[in-house]
Design a protein around this ligand. Structure first.
Ligand code: 13P
Length: 250
């Protein structure tokens, strides 16, 4: 029903040369993948050089962020059409690191998501609670509010194009994964929110990824949960061996 989607978020890692090397290793070890999607999100500087290596392969290209305007005097920003131009199919919006260090808010994330959809890019929208929010029992209302705000104005016909990534902030880069049961509970809450917004059937079509210390050792258990449809992988996507093992989850 939902095609699983494994995405690697390389964050601010890899020169062009290193990126080319990693992609060659990934392609060499990938084999045939028909029942899952594989996406890599390198830094902007590596997108264009990687494109020719990926054409006709099972690995799709994504970016880590985008601005919501189409062009203009926005120093340092990259437009959705520019990402399409270099071969991107996906773009991450609203990663917690963007929210923390670059001032992204639910409102700007929503604008980015709508701009991405308008350019036929598939947005991967990240949501997730902080440790204090989890400890005080607010995780679910915080995350479902992020989902509602981020999706404002998305028409029902386009909701299946959106991927949601649940990334509890306290699990990112810490080695501290949410338990499969906790992750599943949040994914279910997100899907219920989608059902309230778009109806049951459309909610069933949306892929929800888990992110936060996904590793070869925990991916199988996470992916076995009924509402976990993929993974957004940081650190473990930087080495071919670990990313390939995650891609080949059972
Ligand atoms: P880690 O897999 O390194 O915890 O990072 C997760 C993440 O932020 C992916 O977007």
């Amino acid at each position: 029903m939902r095609t699983p989607i494994i995405a690697g978020n390389w964050k601010m890692h890899k020169t062009v040369g290193e990126a080319v090397t990693l992609v060659r290793e990934l392609l060499a070890g990938l084999g045939a993948v028909h029942d899952r999607e594989v996406v890599i999100c390198p830094p902007y500087t590596a997108l264009f050089p990687l494109r020719p290596l990926l054409v006709g392969t099972a690995i799709q290209l994504g970016a880590q962020d985008v601005f919501y305007e189409a062009q203009g005097a926005y120093t340092g920003a990259v437009a959705p059409g520019m990402l399409v131009d270099v071969g991107c199919r996906y773009v991450i919006v609203g990663h917690s690191e963007r929210r923390q260090y670059f001032g992204d808010t639910d409102a700007s994330v929503n604008r980015k998501l709508l701009a991405a959809l308008g350019s036929r890019l598939r947005p991967i929208m990240c949501v997730g609670e902080s440790k204090p929010q989890r400890d005080s029992g607010e995780a679910e209302p915080v995350v479902t509010a992020q989902v509602r705000a981020g999706l404002a104005g998305v028409p029902a016909e386009q909701i299946a194009e959106v991927v949601i990534a649940y990334e509890p902030i306290w699990a990112i880069g810490t080695g501290d994964t949410a338990t499969a049961a906790d992750a599943q509970a949040m994914h279910l809450a997100i899907r219920q929110t989608l059902a309230e917004l778009y109806g049951e059937e459309r909610a069933r079509a949306v892929r929800i990824q888990y992110g936060g210390s996904v590793k070869p050792e925990n991916v199988d258990e996470l992916m076995a949960q009924p509402d976990i449809d993929g993974a957004l992988v940081g650190g473990a996507s930087l080495k071919a061996e670990s990313f390939l093992r995650i891609v080949h989850f059972q």
